[in-house]
Design a binder for this molecule. Sequence first.
Ligand code: PRT
Length: 107
Amino acid sequence: MNPGDVLTQLYATLEARKNADPQGSYIASLYAKGTDAILKKVGEEAAETIIAAKNPESAPLVYELADLWFHSLVLLAHKDLPLTALTDELARRFGQSGLAEKAARSK
Ligand SMILES: N=c1c2ncn([C@@H]3O[C@H](COP(=O)(O)OP(=O)(O)OP(=O)(O)O)[C@@H](O)[C@H]3O)c2ncn1[C@@H]1O[C@H](COP(=O)(O)O)[C@@H](O)[C@H]1O
């Protein structure tokens, strides 16, 4: 499946789960718990990604990165931001020098 299609389809599911029963959906249960619970999952998955990256096998890293991306997208959706808020920001950076971006942030 095309990477863009995967993200678009997953994000449509994340939006649809805003009207779902928390008893029947992990995503809806996270929304119901609120922002702090989602932030906790993002933090946990980031830590698990760091640990997995130290493993010589690639599968654990891919698995944990998928969890991290998933929970980051849950956060974006919970904040009522469209997926394009994220992709537009990444696209804006195309063609820019990474060092120039770094310098602009330190002002
Ligand atoms: N891509 C995912 C996805 N990736 C990870 N996860 C869940 O994220 C959680 C990861 O947390 P952990 O690794 O800490 O595992 P855990 O111990 O079960 O988590 P906790 O209960 O402790 O929070 C697991 O429960 C995973 O099932 C996901 N849950 C859902 N999706 C997608 O969302 C769709 C709809 O999900 P639901 O609405 O929740 O059924 C699914 O069909 C998938 O396409």
